[in-house]
Each structure stands twice: as C-alpha cells, then as structure tokens.
Design a protein around this ligand. Structure first.
Ligand code: GDP
Length: 530
C-alpha cells in the first residue's frame, strides 16, 4: 500500500489527462492496424507488426484450450495504455469476429468515447452498426476514421451521407481526401487549415499552409493539379451545404467528426490522434443507482466491474475482473467494499495492462482500468468502493441475444453440478438463460458464438458437467408485457420463453415473423433490450 493518496489538485490534474476509448469496427476495417500505429506514437511498441503477430495465431473455433492459450497473451492487449501529448490514453479492445460476445458490448460501458473505423471501400458494415447502436445509447462522443484511402473506395460525400442514412448521426468532415487510391495526394485539413501531403514534396515538406480563404499559395506545384481544384470544389460544397461543426452535438454523440486516412501507410493517423486527444472528453461523472452522480475527482475510490476474464490459465482457475475506475485514485492494497454483499476485500493483487507487458499499477485514477485477480468474489456489474459512503453504480444494461441453443446435462445423474454451473455462469454474465414456457427447457442466449463455447468448456472444466447443446440458431428476441400475453400467441415461428426474472419474451424466427406478429396483434407492445 502506498498509503499516500494524491492531493485533490493532483487528482484533478491526473483525471483531466485521461482519454479512455474503444475502437468499434467491422472485422478487417483496420482496427488492429490503427491500434498499432497509435501504440507506435505512444512509444509502447517500436515496430509495426507486434499486435498483428498476436492476432494472427487465430484459434480453431471450438478449441477453447487454444483460445485460453491465446488469451493468456492477448488479455494484456484488452487494455492498452500509453502517454501521448501530455495525455494518458486507455484503449479498450472490443473483440469482434469469433470473439464477439456480450463482453464486447459491456466494454463500451466503460469508455468515455468511441472511434469508429470504417473501410472506405465498404462503408458501414454489420458489426459496426451493432456496436454503434450501443455507443449511441450512451450519448458519448463518436469519432470516425475512414480508412484505406490508399485504395480506391467510395466517394467521400457518399460515405458522409451514409453515416446519416444508416446510423442517423451527422458527419462533420474534419479533413477531406485529395484523390484516392493511386491518385491520392493528400488530405485537406479543415481544422488546421493546411494540406497534409501523402508524400513529402521536393522541398521535404509534409504540411503546406493554406491562406485565409483556405487556398494554397499559387506558386505551390500542386495548386495547379486538378485533384487540388476538385478538392476546393468539394470543400466549397461542404462549407455551403454540409453540416456545421457543433461541439455540443459532438459531445452528445449526435455529430461525428470524420477523419480520413490510411492506417497501413500511416497517413492521417497522427493527425487524427492529435485532434482526438484535444477533443475527446476526460472522464465525467457517473450515475449511481440512487440517482446521485459521483464526480471522477471524488476523493474516495470507486469503480465497477465490466468484464470478467475467466480461466486465463487452465492450470490455475484464476480470473481477472476488469474494473473501470469511476472516481478517485486506486491504491494497491487498499480495502474496498463490494456493494452487492457489503463484504470488505483487500485489493492487493492488481495488474495494469500495457500492450506488451503486465506491469503493476503505478497511478490509476478515474478513467483508468485495473485488472484484479479474482477468486470468485466479483460479478459483472459489481461496484467496489473505498470510504464510508456507500456507492452503487447504475446497473449495466442487458443486451438482446441473437443466438440461441437448447442445453441439457449429458448425464442425468449429474443434475446438481449442471444447475450449479449454469446458475453461476449465468450470474457471472457469461451467457443468458431462458426457459421455455410449456416444457421448462433450458435455452441459452448469446450475442456471439464464442459465449456458447466458453460456457460448454467451463461447465466441463469447472463444474464437471458435460452438456449437450443443440442449436436453435439466430432469433429475434422481443419482450412482451405479461399483462398482454396470451400463450396462444406462441407458434413454431415464435418460441415463447421467460428470462431469469420470469419476464416473457418471444424468440421470432426472423424479422418477417416479427412483422407478421406485429400485424396480427397491433395492440401488443414488444420491446428489445439494448
Ligand atoms: P481489423 O480486423 O479491423 O483489426 O483489421 P486489420 O487491421 O487486421 O486490417 C485488415 C486488413 O486490411 C489487413 O490486411 C491490413 O493490412 C489491411 N489494412 C488495414 N488498413 C489499411 C489501409 O489503410 N490500407 C490498405 N490498403 N489496407 C489496410
């Protein structure tokens, strides 16, 4: 235990430096490549390819042991911390692809901003849309990076329009591509009023200043290129007919500052980072269950568990609980109260995550993430706090599962361990559990296939319970007000189940089945979780 907590002003200064965010994107848009560039700027890694090398050892889908081995390494990259321009940056990883799970969503509850990376040839893709929806609900700022400008992609105006059409968020172009693919010559930076060249010019310059009218000195060679003139036309159009820059809207997540670039060729990434650290918010207040707000600079430490990584090492059943610090300063060895049970826990085994090495926590304040070794004390959503005043952070939202499985114990003689394992894993937030109305069968729900695999593996390894799972596939889940429910509404196309709070919901075969139902029962209100 350090025993010396910071003075209020020092805490305030430290908190003001924090920028905690996640990158949301569809697989292959370039998240890893950008992350790597950011880590390079932060001096965390010295060579491009470091993060990639870890990622490329992709595991066989059903091989959880392999997943675990992989995790043993990659867990350290679930939070990446570095300093840049006087700020302390925390990037929280949001696993996608086969790794997609509710944890991915929950991680978005622990950040103060999001960066949306879009492949400029593909535009907004499915996973981006899902993650966007979750971030949007939180009302936090969302920054956009249109990637892969070194390749021919869609028209920039088109990409901006798509933000509004598909996501319902205004786009404000912070900079604008001058050409693309082989014809890419630079970025017109509206904010810094300069041009950033894709390749240095003969004089060795990378940046060319613009005059008050936003134009180059006519003596500049590229001032005569058609790409430059086209860009000026685009900029005129943006100025006249585009969205107005509105910081208030940006902070509320109603407008997204859009940056263009190419992560692979490290073009526009640092420009993005510079603007980002200036514009992105420092940690703000957090809402408590009693409606009170706790300021990040409150002297007493408090935070919430947003993710639990189980079984990192199959030989030791240790778990790591990821805690977002909401207020105060974390002190290694401090005593905290677990709000759910009132129990006191000594936090003497914390770990902070850097991208390459696990180092013990130096200074961790509101905005930072600490990983706590956990022997089973914590559940997702738990609050821990120091001091006398009880704190209980607002509950994490429930997410609407999209994939479903029927599950039974393989060995009917082992019902007890089956139930114990299931109860604990559900409590922990590993999967969601439902029962069918008529037959009380167990149905598991998840947002990603990985959750089922983890469930099966952990049931076997931690609870000695072999489970039989049969897929139901993807379903559209909608809750119904119990007052309005008539069991006759259920059919083969909309399985009626109840959740662990005994609330009824239908699992619709698809959107058509949902629409058909809505037409047939126009007075019935159906709701989704986040
Ligand atoms: P992730 O799945 O979002 O993490 O995407 P990656 O960073 O792994 O990138 C997916 C693929 O796109 C890789 O082959 C990258 O080399 C490539 N890529 C990433 N950024 C760019 C870019 O700016 N330009 C081009 N041409 N390729 C890129």
């Amino acid at each position: 235990m350090k025993g010396h907590l910071m003075k209020p002003q020092a805490l305030k200064d430290e908190v003001a430096k924090r920028r905690t965010f996640a990158i949301i994107s569809h697989p292959d848009a370039g998240k890893t490549t950008i992350t790597e560039q950011l880590l390079l700027f932060g001096g965390v890694i010295r060579e491009a390819g470091t993060v990639k090398a870890k990622k490329s050892g992709h595991f066989a889908k059903s091989d959880w042991m392999a997943i675990e081995k992989q995790r043993g390494i990659s867990v350290t990259s679930s939070v990446m911390q570095f300093d840049y321009a006087g700020r302390r940056i925390n990037i929280l990883d949001t696993p996608g692809h086969e790794d997609f799970s509710e944890d991915t969503y929950r991680t978005l509850m622990a950040v103060d901003a999001a960066v949306m990376v879009i492949d400029s040839a593909k535009g907004i893709e499915a996973q981006t849309k899902k993650l966007f929806k979750v971030v949007k609900k939180r009302g936090i700022p969302i920054f956009t990076f249109m990637n892969k400008l070194d390749r021919d992609g869609r028209e920039p105006l088109d990409l901006i329009a798509e933000l509004e059409d598909l996501l319902g968020i205004e786009g404000y172009a912070m900079n604008w591509p001058m050409g693309m693919g082989k014809g890419l010559i630079g970025l017109y930076d509206r904010m810094a009023n300069q041009i950033e060249l894709y390749r240095e010019n003969e004089a060795g310059e990378k940046f060319l200043p613009l005059n008050e009218d936003g134009k180059l000195d006519p003596s500049e060679p590229i001032a005569n290129e058609s790409t430059y003139r086209d860009t000026l036309d685009d900029i005129d159009l943006l100025n006249d007919a585009g969205n107005q820059y509105d910081l208030k809207k940006i902070m509320a997540g109603d407008q997204t500052p859009v940056f263009f670039g190419s992560a692979l060729t490290n073009f526009g990434v640092e420009t993005f980072l510079k603007h980002f650290v200036d514009m992105a918010p420092q940690p703000g207040p957090h809402k408590m269950q009693d409606g009170e707000e706790v300021m990040p600079t409150a002297p007493d430490f408090s935070g919430f568990v947003f993710k639990i990584q189980a079984n990192m090492n199959p030989n030791h059943r240790d778990r790591i609980a990821f805690v977002r610090i909401g207020a105060g300063e974390f002190d290694r060895g401090m005593d905290v109260t677990l709000a759910r049970t009132g129990k006191t826990i000594r936090l003497n085994n914390a770990t902070e995550f850097m991208s390459d090495s696990r180092e013990s926590v130096q200074t961790a304040v509101a905005g930072d993430i600490v990983g706590l070794y956990d022997t089973g004390n914590f559940q997702i959503g738990d609050t821990i706090y120091a001091g006398k005043q009880k704190r209980e952070y607002e509950a994490l939202p429930q997410f609407t599962p999209e994939l479903f499985m029927r599950v039974t114990a393989k060995n009917v003689m082992k019902q007890k361990s089956f139930h114990k394992g299931m109860t604990q894993l559900v409590q922990e937030g590993a999967v969601q559990l439902y029962r069918t109305y008529s037959t009380n069968d167990y149905i598991l729900g998840a947002v990603g296939q990985l959750q089922f695999e983890v469930f099966k593996f952990r049931m076997q390894n931690e609870y000695n319970s072999e489970v039989e799972m049969t897929t139901i596939g993807s379903r559209v889940a909608r809750w119904i007000d119990p007052e309005q429910l008539d069991e006759k509404m259920s059919s083969s196309r909309n399985l009626l189940v109840k959740d662990i709070h005994d609330q009824p919901l239908f699992l619709f075969e698809n959107q058509y089945a949902l629409r058909w139902f809505a037409d047939k029962y126009p007075d019935v209100t159906l709701t989704a979780k986040l």
